[in-house]
Design a protein around this ligand. Structure first.
Ligand code: CUA
Length: 369
């Protein structure tokens, strides 16, 4: 389908992984051929040489050959280790997510579409625009069943799993339009669950960013949920009214739980703490938080996690382009400005600020349960 790949049945090589994966693949084909030909040749040779010449002939006795056995053990060992090392190299490259991605995108799979949101607030459906030559990190989850985010031209894919976050990264090397697939059967319209990744030069990408409407960034959206819609701030804001665990500066750190274990604060831990608050209580706090299971969508969870991370100065992105000013200070000021107003807000709506929470309807939220 692409005219510029050198073997027409292969997709474009459009990421830094592509060449590595293809080399490994070609090597595997080469090894398979190198074993198949001699084996088939030997089969025919022995078939003819040792065909039955006389009835009930007794063959000469044979007591084995150390040299032969050594050779046919060592050669396959060396060959299989080269395959292992090549595979491990490719694997580590793909599945160790870089610490310093230039751009972060949140992905939510859903029967049968991909919903993507940039940390600048731009939203896309079944399309992803990225700049060329930049490391892009995807944080992915799904609202329903298993999906699999797959871009053949980048030679990478990762399952998108209900109830957890999975990650994928790539660095595109060539501007163009590349197929995006769902590579895991997920129901009736699985085959239609795809779209395109548009790899653009940096100026084109900047144009695209400024041309398309950006909504709230995930951090802003998360702050809105936190302070207003879900009322998290009434317990988690600093000041005398603080009843919920402190959220500032915790991301990436180990915190102590009731019972003495420690846990590292990750995306998954924050998500889990919102959905199942009594599962892992931070030492020094009461298990009074109601669950938010069923009340927040995966997209809202992604925003809440992004916001809570921003309280630790983790901004997800420094934006791919020169306009990093937009996202970086924005989230800094977010975490600064939150301290004061949030405290007020926290005091003013201590009572039932979350009308949707199952617990808060019937009993005061501050009574330990
Ligand atoms: Cu989603 Cu297949």
């Amino acid at each position: 389908m692409q005219e510029n790949s050198w073997i027409p049945i292969w997709p474009d090589q459009a990421s830094t992984f592509a060449l590595q994966v293809d080399y490994l693949y070609i090597y595997l084909i080469f090894v398979s051929i190198a074993f198949t030909i001699p084996i088939v040749a030997a089969l025919f040779f022995f078939l003819i040489k040792y065909r039955e010449k006389e009835k009930y002939a007794t063959p000469d006795e044979m007591h084995g050959s150390i040299a032969l056995e050594t050779v046919w053990s060592i050669i396959p060992f060396v060959v299989s280790m080269t395959i292992f090392l090549g595979g491990a190299y490719v694997y580590y490259n793909q599945f160790r997510i870089p610490d310093d991605p230039a751009m972060e995108v949140y992905v939510v799979g859903k029967q049968w579409m991909w919903k993507l949101q940039h940390s600048t607030g731009h939203r896309e459906i079944n399309e992803l625009h990225v700049p060329v030559g930049k490391k892009v990190k995807l944080t992915m989850t799904t609202e329903d069943v298993l999906h699999d985010f797959s871009v053949p031209a980048f030679r990478t894919k990762t399952d998108v799993v209900p109830g957890r976050y999975t990650y994928l990264w790539f660095e595109a090397t060539k501007p163009g339009k590349y197929h995006l697939f769902c590579a895991e059967y997920c129901g009736l319209n699985h085959s239609g669950m795809g779209g395109y990744v548009y790899v653009m030069t940096q100026p084109d990408f900047d144009n695209w960013l400024s041309g398309s409407v950006s909504g709230q960034t995930p951090v802003e959206q998360g702050r809105d949920l936190f302070e207003n819609k879900l009322g998290c701030a009434s317990c988690h804001a600093g000041g005398p009214a603080q009843r919920g665990a402190k959220l500032e500066g915790i991301f990436g750190k180990d915190i102590r739980l009731v019972g003495g274990q420690t846990v590292k604060v990750t995306d998954a831990y924050i998500r889990e703490s919102i959905l199942n608050p009594s599962g892992q209580i931070v030492e020094g706090y009461q298990p009074i938080m109601p669950t938010f299971k069923g009340q927040v969508t995966e997209e809202q969870l992604v925003s809440l996690v992004a916001y809570i991370k921003s309280l630790s100065g983790v901004t997800g992105t420094t934006s791919a382009s020169g306009d990093s000013g937009a996202s970086q200070p924005a989230s800094n000021s977010a975490s600064n400005s939150t301290t004061a107003p949030r405290a007020d807000r926290g005091n003013s709506n201590t009572q039932g600020s979350n009308p949707n929470a199952p617990g808060s309807r019937t009993e005061p939220a501050n009574r330990p349960r």
